[in-house]
Design a binder for this molecule. Structure first.
Ligand code: COA
Length: 320
């Protein structure tokens, strides 16, 4: 029989072992995923979150950690994510039945006074059993993280007349406008996005941050007859569970942050031309693979990234 209870400090080693077991299982199923994980005690015991355990005859079968997320309207993420939700971290023991454990753990969260209207949960796409359970529990994919090993060469894209170059300070407003258009476009396909009234300021701030230092991150723009018609913001990402929760096996990766092409210039090869320049920048820095976040509800990016060879690795599930 399954029972649930809140975790205490005595449970920390067992929860860490459970997370390690799940990480190893996923790595066996998809070798691109990390082979080890570091779960700090303060994540398990945080007063802000809550860690609920499911036990079968006294043996740990699963756990969920819930952290409250709240994006204020002045955050650059306010127009990207839902404003308030619980971010869940789920771990299940080998041979545990997600169809029995997940609904039970979700019921526990309803007793948590920090409960917010929505739930977000990121799980690897290779866990197809969990996928069907999440779907039956009302979750849908909010965004995916798609991965591609660094190709040695790229096939030629269509010829473009736009000039691709690193952005300069005077490009920031034009990039911010394209970014704003992109988030308005995303919001039209994802009802959980509540565009911030401060979206213009947020995009300006984010565009100037994305300008980067040209060393660890860079912003490329596509210029056509003196106008900025596209941008591609990228950076290097060290994946290592010792420094931060890792999405992939240890190594240096190319992280594609934000991309947009002006609506009247789409489907003319500009996105592909920007990608080629980004790929060269990554190749010169010896990255082993690239990854990008995209919304499967977005009818354009959900075609663009797979067409370039990216493969969905992680799915961030959402339940309003
Ligand atoms: C996604 C986006 C950047 C693509 O830029 P783009 O310049 O239009 O892309 P390209 O013309 O280089 O298209 C490359 C390939 O992607 C696929 N693709 C792009 N748009 C598509 C569409 N509307 N329908 C079907 N396939 C499409 C095609 O395979 C295309 O190759 P093809 O034209 O030879 O068939 C652009 O559509 C955009 O800005 N969208 C709105 C903002 C956004 O979604 N940003 C991405 C966030 S992750």
């Amino acid at each position: 029989m399954l029972t649930t209870r809140l975790a205490s400090s005595a449970d920390v080693p067992a929860v860490q072992a459970l997370c390690q077991m799940q990480t190893a299982r996923y790595h066996r199923a998809d070798p691109r995923l990390p082979d080890s994980v570091v779960v700090s005690p303060w994540t398990i015991l945080s007063a802000e979150g809550a860690c609920w355990l499911a036990e079968a005859e006294g043996t740990l079968a699963g756990m969920v950690i819930a952290e409250s997320e709240h994006w204020t309207p002045d955050s650059p993420f306010a127009s990207v994510f839902p404003r308030r939700y619980l971010r869940l971290h789920l771990a299940l023991a080998d041979r545990a039945d997600p169809a029995a454990i997940l609904p039970l753990l979700l019921t526990c969260l309803a007793h948590n006074p920090a409960t917010r209207p929505g739930l977000m949960l990121m799980m690897p796409g290779c866990d197809t059993t969990l996928t069907s359970v999440l779907t039956s529990q009302g979750f849908t994919p909010y965004h995916v993280i798609a991965h591609q090993p660094m190709p040695a060469t790229l096939p030629d894209g269509p010829p473009v007349t736009a000039r691709i170059r690193p952005a300069e300070w005077h490009d920031v407003n034009a990039v911010a406008d394209l970014m704003m258009e992109s988030w308005q476009f995303h919001a039209a396909y994802q009802p959980a996005i509540e565009l911030s009234p401060l979206i213009r300021d947020g995009c300006r701030r984010q565009a100037s941050q994305l300008l980067g230092d040209g060393y660890g991150r860079v912003l490329f723009v596509a210029e056509q007859e003196g106008e900025i018609v596209g941008f591609f913001a990228i950076g290097l990402s060290i994946q290592d569970p010792l420094t931060q929760p890792a999405l992939f096996l240890r190594g240096q990766y190319g992280d594609i942050y934000e991309v947009g092409v002006r609506s009247d210039w789409r489907r003319k090869g500009i996105g592909t031309a920007l990608y080629h320049v980004a790929w060269r920048w990554f190749a010169d820095r010896g990255v082993s693979a690239m990854f990008v976040n995209y919304a499967p509800t977005n009818p354009l990016s959900s075609r663009f990234w797979p067409a370039l060879g990216f493969d969905d690795t992680w799915i961030n599930w959402w339940r309003p």
